[in-house]
Design a protein around this ligand. Structure first.
Ligand code: ADP
Ligand code: F6P
Length: 338
């Protein structure tokens, strides 16, 4: 009798521990592929008999209880769409202890025992706080900036870098016709990955990144002059927004070289558009993996893609990792610019 009672209690404990409802939100800057991740979270969870709740407008919406049920049909026709169907936001209140306590209480109120947070490092810091308050959380790297240390891939980077590359090709056409110097500013916040990749893909003469500490405008001007002498018809500079100042830089270069110089700031167009195949497939894989991790009882983890494999890291470990621009890639860019 006693054994049967103990067995029953064990089963009840297991059921208590099981995830029954999964919440999903997008936070920080939107990124193409986020919808593929939301869809994968939703359908993977539903296939396991779980309930899915979508939280609109990131942590802001969580604190305002903007919570909706998601069915398999609610995520139909979304995999090819840019942006995020759940909307996104930045939320100051979530940075406070009071806000975090409230957010955890709201998750509990709505029965959300597993939460998938799609965003960048800032969003992960919020998820980490929630996991310490008893909400099981998994972070998925969603940002066009590729600036998350624990992963070689972030949802949205591939689409954004292809969008920027195509735009830069167009600027190059007119730059060549007019024999100009063109500065094209790409996004990336404090990181230079978009600039580096475009620099290589677009055959730029110069890449300016915030990580590069030895920016020397006199040397750049001398190189533009030497380039003209070598018979090159234009000079393409990819400037990361973290370096900034493209408009004034263009004025100074034109004045110093006598070569017509124009600045183009690509801006938010880089964040929009239909996700590439890679972003759809990787985001779908990561979304499904987040649900698998929650169902396996994991929490406070970040999904990443490292050395050709989808992996997961402890959130603390992930947030303490550092990432650098690969020196060999930057060296190659410089060699190919001759
Ligand atoms: P990203 O997630 O792309 O890095 P942000 O840095 O803007 O974007 O962060 C997104 C949101 O995550 C913030 O608006 C805030 O609500 C939350 N957040 C950021 N940092 C923290 C933190 N240290 N603690 C709790 N929440 C945070
Ligand atoms: O993090 C993505 C990003 O697009 C950065 O590249 C850029 O610095 C920032 O977001 C722009 O933010 P907002 O959309 O708030 O202007």
């Amino acid at each position: 009798m006693a054994e049967t009672k103990a067995k029953k209690e064990l089963i009840l404990d297991e059921i208590e521990d099981q995830i029954r409802t999964i919440g999903v939100l997008t936070s920080g800057g939107d990124a193409p592929g986020m919808n593929a991740a939301i869809r994968a979270v939703t359908r993977t969870a539903l296939s396991k008999g779980l309930k899915v709740r979508g939280i609109r407008r990131g942590y802001h919406g969580l604190l305002k209880e903007e919570i909706i049920d998601l069915s398999a049909r609610d995520v139909s026709d979304t995999i090819q769409r840019g942006g995020t169907i759940l909307q996104t936001a930045r939320c100051q209140a979530m940075r406070t202890e009071e806000g975090q306590q409230k957010a955890a209480a709201i998750c509990k109120k709505y029965g959300i025992d597993g939460l998938v947070v799609i965003g960048g490092d800032g969003s992960f810091a919020g998820a980490q706080k929630l996991s310490h308050l008893g909400v099981n959380t998994i972070g998925l790297p969603g940002t066009i900036d590729l600036d998350i240390a624990c992963t070689d891939y972030t949802i949205g980077f591939d689409t954004a870098v292809n969008t920027a590359m195509e735009a830069i090709d167009k600027v190059r056409d007119t730059s060549t016709s007019h024999e100009r110097c063109s500065i094209i500013e790409v996004m990336g916040r404090d990181a230079g990955y978009l600039a580096l990749w475009c620099g290589i893909a677009n055959g730029a003469e110069r890449i300016l990144m915030p990580e590069e500490k030895d920016y020397d405008e006199d040397a750049l001007i001398a190189d533009i002059m030497a380039n003209k002498k070598r018979g090159k018809k234009n000079y393409i500079i990819i400037n990361a927004e973290g370096v900034g100042d493209s408009i004034n830089m263009a004025k100074r270069i034109e004045e110093a070289t006598g070569i017509e110089t124009r600045a183009t700031i690509l801006g938010h167009m880089q964040r929009g558009g239909s996700p590439t195949c890679k972003d759809r497939v990787y985001a779908s894989t990561m979304g499904a993996m987040a649900v698998e991790l929650l169902c396996a009882g994991k929490t406070n983890r970040v999904v990443g893609y490292k050395n050709g494999k989808f992996v997961d890291y402890d959130m603390e470990e992930a947030l303490s990792m550092k990432k650098q621009i690969p020196a060999h890639q930057y060296d190659i860019a410089k060699i190919l610019a001759i």
